[in-house]
Design a binder for this molecule. Structure first.
Ligand SMILES: [Zn+2]
Ligand SMILES: [Zn+2]
Length: 169
Protein backbone atom coordinates (compact mmCIF):
# COMPACT_ATOMS: atom_id res chain seq x y z
CA UNK A 1 0.00 0.00 0.00
CA UNK A 2 1.34 3.43 -0.92
CA UNK A 3 2.13 5.69 1.97
CA UNK A 4 -0.02 8.78 2.15
CA UNK A 5 1.99 11.75 0.94
CA UNK A 6 2.26 14.55 3.44
CA UNK A 7 1.44 17.94 1.99
CA UNK A 8 4.34 20.31 2.46
CA UNK A 9 3.89 24.00 3.12
CA UNK A 10 5.16 26.85 0.98
CA UNK A 11 7.48 29.13 2.95
CA UNK A 12 5.81 32.52 3.75
CA UNK A 13 8.76 34.34 2.10
CA UNK A 14 8.06 32.46 -1.15
CA UNK A 15 4.35 33.30 -1.02
CA UNK A 16 5.28 36.98 -0.61
CA UNK A 17 7.86 36.73 -3.44
CA UNK A 18 5.26 35.20 -5.77
CA UNK A 19 2.90 38.09 -4.93
CA UNK A 20 5.61 40.67 -5.63
CA UNK A 21 6.58 38.95 -8.91
CA UNK A 22 2.98 39.19 -10.09
CA UNK A 23 3.03 42.95 -9.32
CA UNK A 24 6.34 43.28 -11.18
CA UNK A 25 4.88 41.53 -14.24
CA UNK A 26 1.95 43.99 -14.19
CA UNK A 27 4.42 46.87 -13.84
CA UNK A 28 2.90 47.83 -10.49
CA UNK A 29 5.89 47.23 -8.24
CA UNK A 30 6.80 50.24 -6.06
CA UNK A 31 10.43 51.04 -5.24
CA UNK A 32 9.90 49.89 -1.67
CA UNK A 33 8.42 46.59 -2.85
CA UNK A 34 11.46 46.21 -5.12
CA UNK A 35 13.75 46.42 -2.08
CA UNK A 36 11.49 43.99 -0.22
CA UNK A 37 11.86 41.58 -3.14
CA UNK A 38 15.69 41.84 -3.04
CA UNK A 39 15.67 41.24 0.71
CA UNK A 40 13.47 38.15 0.39
CA UNK A 41 15.54 36.73 -2.49
CA UNK A 42 18.71 37.12 -0.41
CA UNK A 43 17.06 35.55 2.61
CA UNK A 44 15.97 32.54 0.54
CA UNK A 45 19.42 32.14 -1.04
CA UNK A 46 20.98 32.16 2.43
CA UNK A 47 18.43 29.64 3.68
CA UNK A 48 19.31 27.29 0.79
CA UNK A 49 22.93 27.30 1.94
CA UNK A 50 22.71 27.57 5.72
CA UNK A 51 19.85 25.10 6.35
CA UNK A 52 21.65 22.19 4.68
CA UNK A 53 23.92 20.22 7.06
CA UNK A 54 27.55 21.31 6.94
CA UNK A 55 30.78 20.31 8.64
CA UNK A 56 31.96 22.30 11.66
CA UNK A 57 35.12 20.34 12.57
CA UNK A 58 37.61 23.06 11.53
CA UNK A 59 37.75 26.61 10.20
CA UNK A 60 39.10 25.44 6.84
CA UNK A 61 36.09 23.27 5.99
CA UNK A 62 33.74 26.08 7.05
CA UNK A 63 35.57 28.56 4.80
CA UNK A 64 35.97 26.05 1.95
CA UNK A 65 33.07 23.54 1.98
CA UNK A 66 34.82 20.89 -0.09
CA UNK A 67 32.62 18.20 1.47
CA UNK A 68 28.89 18.77 1.46
CA UNK A 69 25.75 16.83 2.33
CA UNK A 70 23.60 15.78 -0.58
CA UNK A 71 20.47 13.72 -1.16
CA UNK A 72 20.95 11.50 -4.14
CA UNK A 73 17.39 11.38 -5.50
CA UNK A 74 18.49 12.11 -9.10
CA UNK A 75 20.27 8.77 -9.38
CA UNK A 76 17.84 6.56 -7.50
CA UNK A 77 14.89 5.71 -9.66
CA UNK A 78 11.50 5.89 -7.97
CA UNK A 79 12.72 7.77 -4.91
CA UNK A 80 11.85 11.39 -4.26
CA UNK A 81 14.05 13.78 -2.34
CA UNK A 82 12.30 12.97 0.96
CA UNK A 83 12.80 9.22 0.57
CA UNK A 84 16.22 8.87 -1.05
CA UNK A 85 19.30 8.41 1.10
CA UNK A 86 21.57 11.30 1.89
CA UNK A 87 25.32 11.32 2.37
CA UNK A 88 28.53 13.32 2.41
CA UNK A 89 29.82 14.12 -1.04
CA UNK A 90 32.74 15.63 -2.87
CA UNK A 91 32.46 17.24 -6.28
CA UNK A 92 34.22 15.73 -9.30
CA UNK A 93 35.23 18.35 -11.87
CA UNK A 94 32.91 18.35 -14.90
CA UNK A 95 35.82 17.78 -17.26
CA UNK A 96 35.93 14.12 -16.18
CA UNK A 97 32.33 13.75 -17.29
CA UNK A 98 32.98 15.05 -20.80
CA UNK A 99 36.42 13.65 -21.47
CA UNK A 100 35.90 10.18 -20.09
CA UNK A 101 32.23 9.65 -20.91
CA UNK A 102 31.32 8.99 -17.30
CA UNK A 103 27.76 7.78 -16.93
CA UNK A 104 25.06 8.59 -14.40
CA UNK A 105 25.87 5.22 -12.80
CA UNK A 106 29.51 6.19 -12.42
CA UNK A 107 28.50 9.37 -10.60
CA UNK A 108 25.94 7.43 -8.54
CA UNK A 109 28.72 5.13 -7.34
CA UNK A 110 31.02 7.96 -6.32
CA UNK A 111 32.37 6.82 -2.92
CA UNK A 112 31.47 8.94 0.11
CA UNK A 113 34.36 10.65 1.84
CA UNK A 114 35.00 9.36 5.38
CA UNK A 115 37.11 12.17 6.85
CA UNK A 116 37.43 15.93 6.65
CA UNK A 117 40.15 16.51 4.01
CA UNK A 118 41.55 19.44 6.02
CA UNK A 119 41.72 18.19 9.62
CA UNK A 120 41.07 14.44 9.38
CA UNK A 121 38.04 14.36 11.70
CA UNK A 122 35.67 11.46 10.82
CA UNK A 123 32.49 12.76 9.15
CA UNK A 124 29.36 12.60 11.32
CA UNK A 125 26.65 9.99 10.76
CA UNK A 126 23.41 11.60 9.62
CA UNK A 127 19.72 10.77 9.99
CA UNK A 128 16.48 12.13 8.58
CA UNK A 129 14.65 14.43 11.00
CA UNK A 130 11.40 13.05 12.34
CA UNK A 131 9.08 14.76 11.70
CA UNK A 132 10.44 16.35 8.53
CA UNK A 133 10.38 20.16 8.99
CA UNK A 134 7.87 22.33 7.12
CA UNK A 135 8.79 24.23 3.95
CA UNK A 136 11.12 21.55 2.56
CA UNK A 137 11.38 21.20 -1.23
CA UNK A 138 10.16 17.89 -2.62
CA UNK A 139 11.59 16.74 -5.93
CA UNK A 140 10.57 13.52 -7.62
CA UNK A 141 13.14 11.46 -9.48
CA UNK A 142 13.43 13.03 -12.95
CA UNK A 143 10.80 15.72 -12.20
CA UNK A 144 11.07 19.24 -13.56
CA UNK A 145 8.92 20.90 -10.90
CA UNK A 146 9.06 21.08 -7.11
CA UNK A 147 6.05 19.42 -5.47
CA UNK A 148 6.08 21.91 -2.60
CA UNK A 149 6.10 25.31 -4.34
CA UNK A 150 5.21 24.28 -7.91
CA UNK A 151 8.19 26.17 -9.39
CA UNK A 152 10.76 24.63 -11.74
CA UNK A 153 13.34 22.73 -9.67
CA UNK A 154 16.12 25.06 -10.79
CA UNK A 155 14.10 28.13 -9.65
CA UNK A 156 12.71 26.58 -6.44
CA UNK A 157 13.51 28.58 -3.31
CA UNK A 158 12.00 26.20 -0.74
CA UNK A 159 14.20 24.99 2.11
CA UNK A 160 16.56 22.44 0.52
CA UNK A 161 15.74 18.70 0.84
CA UNK A 162 19.05 18.33 2.73
CA UNK A 163 17.59 20.50 5.55
CA UNK A 164 15.50 17.45 6.50
CA UNK A 165 18.70 15.78 7.79
CA UNK A 166 20.64 16.19 11.03
CA UNK A 167 23.59 14.68 12.82
CA UNK A 168 22.82 11.28 14.36
CA UNK A 169 24.34 11.78 17.81
ZN1 LIG B 1 37.82 19.59 9.50
ZN1 LIG C 1 10.06 24.39 -4.06
Amino acid sequence: MAKKKKERKIHPEIIKLQELRRLEEDDKLTEEQGYEMDRLQTSRRQARVTLAPSLKCCKEIQDYPAVFFKIDYRNKEGKNSLEAAGGWHIEIPQVYDRDFYRTREWFANLPSPKFCPFCGTPLPKMRRKDPVPEFIATYDYDADYCNTCGERCMCCQCDPPEAAWEEDK
